[in-house]
Design a binder for this molecule. Structure first.
Ligand code: SAM
Length: 473
């Protein structure tokens, strides 16, 4: 480790910033976030620094740096951008034993500033020792996605109860267990969800031992995993997955998503697969309830959104009827994910004023849909589970007045690396699906919004055909 990570208290002594440009302003913002009292020395300053000085939030000496400026300072930043000035600042600070950082000059600095994640009072600094600052920033971006926005609130909440918990639970090990449970339990969930009043009530119950039973009770989160690309999962989905003791997942949820679960979490596949016993919905319901009633945090992980053709509603009702706490975490539904991935808008000003999500599959064969209304008006139809019934679907729509030439686009395995987009007309939809061998999960988009994709394909086909013709000599 080239640099020792430490957190400075900047409130005791002034911090000196030499320089008045954008780089100095950036450093000032950071210092002020940490409660510093900055003094700026620079003959000229950008408007932001001048305004801070006018408001009395910093002191600005509009002149050149002098060695005496360092006296009494707790920290020095060289941000003039002028090699000679920055070197003089660094030399003076070092000779007086004051920590100094010179922007973009680790060779002149006695400390470097990390990429920062600020969830005050939780602060994370990430450093690559000056070797790869962009890598540090990318790590920060990844960590940002994992940390709830209200993390700071949670830390402050816990801090406010530290004394009370210590007074009530004398034993150190017990106390540690209490806090471990606290940070992954319902009180923390409430704080993170912004319900501090509810959290305080539950916390008081916990500390006084009244709600010990409830703290141990399990729960089920019915979580939407999105259409396939793991980056399309929500922060909350990721968090629930990482907290889960048990994960029940479907066929549409790929291993790269299930892998976000804790290593020691139990993973149970409940989807359909050749050669495997397929669990019925009743069996899945029973399994979820058993696990939750045994005190486990269960995640029921579903493709797309749980409430869109996902049977999330039935599962929620079943669990709630048994007094089990249920939370539903929405996900990016296939229509939204596939449309975005294929560059097809679902609505289009003046052309598609509504979008309807419908299923091509029903319990007993053909779905009972209002074909006349689906065939009318300026709208987009996003058909789920429609590949095997495409011929019937297209036939019914045409019978009810939708133009046979209406453009269609079929997105198979949308948002995944193997995504394939097939375009065509409504009257040849079934034929196109067969010719193109569409067998994976696919979303059918019917409407004018697919015209651009269709025309682009026709142009590409014509160009390919022209290229294949023998060249004239
Ligand atoms: C049982 S439904 C589940 C829908 C899911 N709850 C949602 O909100 O996306 C399954 C159907 O969703 C569509 N689907 C799901 N993921 C898809 C993907 N990655 N690409 C294309 N279609 C997908 C297909 O029509 C598939 O047959």
């Amino acid at each position: 480790m080239r640099y020792f990570p430490a957190f400075h208290d900047l409130t005791a002594r002034p911090s000196l910033v030499v320089g008045g440009g954008e780089a100095a302003a950036r450093k000032l913002r950071l210092l002020m976030k940490a409660g510093a009292r900055p003094v700026v020395v620079a003959p000229k300053a950008v408007a932001e620094i001048a305004a801070l000085a006018r408001r009395g939030e910093i002191t600005w000496h509009p002149r050149a740096f002098r060695a005496g400026d360092v006296a009494g300072c707790g920290l020095v930043i060289g941000a003039s951008g002028l090699a000679a000035v920055d070197a003089a600042v660094a030399e003076t600070a070092r000779s007086r034993g004051v920590p100094v950082n010179v922007v973009d000059r680790p060779d002149l600095s006695s400390f470097i500033t990390p990429a920062i994640i600020d969830r005050d009072p939780v602060v994370i600094g990430i450093s690559s020792g000056g070797d790869a600052p962009i890598l540090a920033r990318q790590i920060r971006a990844r960590l940002e996605t994992l940390l709830p926005a209200n993390l700071g609130r949670l830390a402050r909440f816990a801090g406010a109860f530290r004394g009370a918990v210590a007074a009530q639970i004398g034993d150190g090990l017990q106390r540690r267990r209490f806090w471990e449970r606290f940070f992954s339990g319902p009180v923390a969930d409430k704080v993170l969800a912004g319900d501090e009043t509810g959290a305080r009530e539950t916390m008081l119950g916990l500390i006084n031992g009244r709600d010990a039973q409830r703290q141990e009770a399990g729960s089920v989160a019915i979580v939407g995993a999105g259409p396939g690309d793991p980056d399309l999962m929500t922060f909350k989905a990721l968090r629930r997955l990482q907290e889960a003791d048990v994960v029940l997942y479907d066929k549409l949820v790929g291993p790269e998503i299930v892998d976000y679960a804790r290593r020691d979490a139990e993973r149970i596949y409940v989807g359909k697969a050749k050669g495997h016993h397929t669990k019925t919905q009743d069996e899945i319901n029973t399994l979820m309830a058993e696990q939750a009633l045994a005190g486990k945090r269960v995640v029921r992980l579903k493709g797309g959104d749980p409430f869109i053709f996902g049977r999330g509603g039935e599962e929620m009702d079943y669990l709630q009827a048994r007094g089990i706490a249920v939370e539903v975490v929405p996900g990016v539904t296939a229509a939204a994910g596939c449309a975005a991935a294929a560059g097809i808008p679902l609505t289009l000003r003046g052309t598609a004023l509504a979008v309807t999500f419908l299923t091509g599959h029903a319990k007993d064969g053909e779905p009972e849909l209002d074909w006349a209304s689906l065939a009318s008006g300026k709208q987009t139809l996003a058909v789920y589970m429609g590949v095997s019934t495409a011929a019937t679907l297209a036939g019914r729509l045409i019978e009810h007045g939708l133009a046979a030439a209406t453009p269609v686009a079929v997105i198979e395995n949308g948002t995944r690396p193997e995504q394939k987009v097939v375009t065509g007309r409504l009257d040849t939809l079934a034929e196109r699906l067969e010719v193109e061998g569409v067998t994976g999960p696919a979303l059918i988009v019917i409407g004018e919004v697919a015209r651009q994709a269709l025309e682009a394909d026709i142009t590409a086909d014509l160009q390919n055909a022209a290229a294949a013709l023998p060249q004239a000599v």
